[in-house]
Design a protein around this ligand. Structure first.
Ligand SMILES: [Zn+2]
Length: 240
């Protein structure tokens, strides 16, 4: 765990992170983020194409639709939803590999919550058309799918360069290196692989890597408090 990387601190951890170097993704992570974004956009395009199929059913046929056509329309909208949600999960993964900066709040929101925008794009036209055509059941279902798809596409703990910087610096400050442990079912990353919070679930395989990797692979956003206290104590003894 210990590396000989020297971390020099002039002030306590309460200092602003402006003076510390910014976290940057590795070239490899950046490359994989781009690939994930490309897949996301491809899936989102397929979602919108599925919506277009639904719109065509509404446009090309007299309303009220026959039951058969209504079923096909709903099938198209469910396919729309599936492509939307899978696309959004690739997008969120890309953001964990290569997060946006909070320096520009608008750009940060657009990048982090792009999937919500796509949910509106992939459903609102068909919702409006269904109500215009008095296909109220279809309209209601499409509205529900839009809300569900939007909720599934939102990133409730959107990663940012600033958060990665802060968390990585904290781990480096405590341990002298950027090396943490986590498990498949855990919600926190640990500084010690023998932490009692890890060992409570002995069937779990322990993974290790950087703070960013814990985030990327398992969306773990928090440092274990036991490990933090233990490291603080160990550090206190070491510097005294
Ligand atoms: Zn721990």
């Amino acid at each position: 765990m210990a590396t000989n990387k020297k971390v020099t601190r002039v002030a306590s951890s309460t200092e602003s992170s402006v003076s510390t170097p910014k976290w940057t993704p590795t070239a490899e992570a950046k490359g994989r983020a781009s690939k994930n974004r490309l897949i996301a956009v491809g899936l989102w395009v397929l979602a919108i194409l599925a919506q277009i199929v639904g719109i065509m059913i509404l446009v090309k046929n007299p309303t009220p639709l026959t039951t058969g056509l209504r079923v096909w329309l709903i099938v198209a909208l469910v396919i729309d939803l599936i492509f939307l949600i899978i696309g959004s999960s690739f997008w969120k993964k890309a953001n964990r590999l290569d997060p946006a900066s909070k320096q520009n709040a608008l750009a940060f929101t657009i990048q982090s919550q792009a999937g919500v925008g796509v949910a509106v794009l992939a459903f609102l036209p068909v919702v409006i058309l269904a109500f215009i055509k008095k296909e109220y059941i279809v309209g209601a279902i499409a509205t529900a799918l839009m809300i569900g798809g939007g909720a599934a596409s939102a990133d409730y703990h959107a990663p940012s360069v600033e958060e990665y910087t802060e968390q990585t610096n904290r781990v480096e400050e405590l341990t002298g290196g950027n090396h943490v442990y986590w498990t498949k079912s855990g919600k926190k990353y640990h500084l010690y692989n023998d932490c009692s919070a890890i060992n409570t679930n002995k069937t779990d395989e322990i993974f290790e890597g950087t703070v960013a990797q814990a985030r990327e692979l398992k969306n773990i956003t928090e440092l274990c408090k036991f490990c933090e206290n233990r490291a603080e104590k160990a550090k206190g003894i070491a510097t005294e």
